[in-house]
Design a protein around this ligand. Structure first.
Ligand SMILES: O=P(O)(O)OP(=O)(O)OP(=O)(O)OC[C@H]1O[C@@H](n2cnc3c(O)ncnc32)[C@H](O)[C@@H]1O
Ligand SMILES: [Mg+2]
Length: 181
């Protein structure tokens, strides 16, 4: 069985990546040392730099997942600042910002960065489009899941199995696995 070290401190991401990759015959091993996250408008360079840095530091092939929620009416906010906003403001404050907005379109993006020591990093992007719910719904998932509505249900209401069929992370990991083969 192929093994991949996933550098993340996010238990939700880890659980989803494990479910998805195990079903493809890949064992996921967590490393929670972290990596420097560049301040960039796009997730791709953040994931590429993180994977490259961690591969050099650990001396083995590694994967990272830099992700975020991009809300159209807020010009893509919180986007690359998603972790900061989730931690310091939370879903309630995001809903407050969206209070008077008619256009509730939002995109979840996941960028998987992969790097082998001494090589260039590669990145794979997955996106899923939805809308920002009017209130938090559901207790499943993590982070922004209770406010991200996908076809009438929030990711918080879907449960891991259903979310993993359609999520941004799923789509990015599918591309990554195709590349690995
Ligand atoms: O250790 P790392 O992997 O960096 O974990 P993190 O939580 O800091 O993750 P990011 O830097 O990629 O920031 C992404 C933010 O978006 C949230 N997020 C990412 N994917 C999500 C998903 O599938 N559902 C809900 N929230 C998500 C996540 O909880 C973070 O607050
Ligand atoms: Mg982070």
């Amino acid at each position: 069985m192929r093994k991949i070290v996933f550098v993340t401190r996010n238990k939700g991401k880890l659980r989803e990546a494990m479910d998805i990759l195990t079903s493809k015959g890949i064992e996921v091993i967590q490393n929670s040392d972290g990596y420097p996250e560049l301040q960039e408008d796009e997730l791709e360079p953040i994931a590429a730099y993180g994977a490259s840095w961690a591969a050099g530091k650990l001396g083995m092939p590694v994967m990272v997942d830099d992700s975020g929620l991009f809300i159209k009416a807020l010009n893509g906010f919180p986007g690359p600042y998603s972790a900061f906003v989730e931690e310091h403001l939370g879903n309630g404050r995001v809903l407050k910002l969206m209070e008077d907005e008619k256009d509730r379109t939002a995109v979840f993006r996941s960028v998987i960065g992969y790097c082998e020591p001494g090589k260039e990093p590669v990145v794979f992007t997955g996106t899923v489009e939805g809308t920002i719910a009017l209130e938090e719904r559901g207790t499943g998932g993590f982070g922004y899941d209770p406010i991200f509505d996908y076809n009438g249900k929030t990711f918080g209401e879907l449960g891991d199995e259903e979310k993993n069929k359609v999520s941004h992370r799923r789509r990015a990991l599918d591309k990554f696995c195709e590349w690995l083969d």
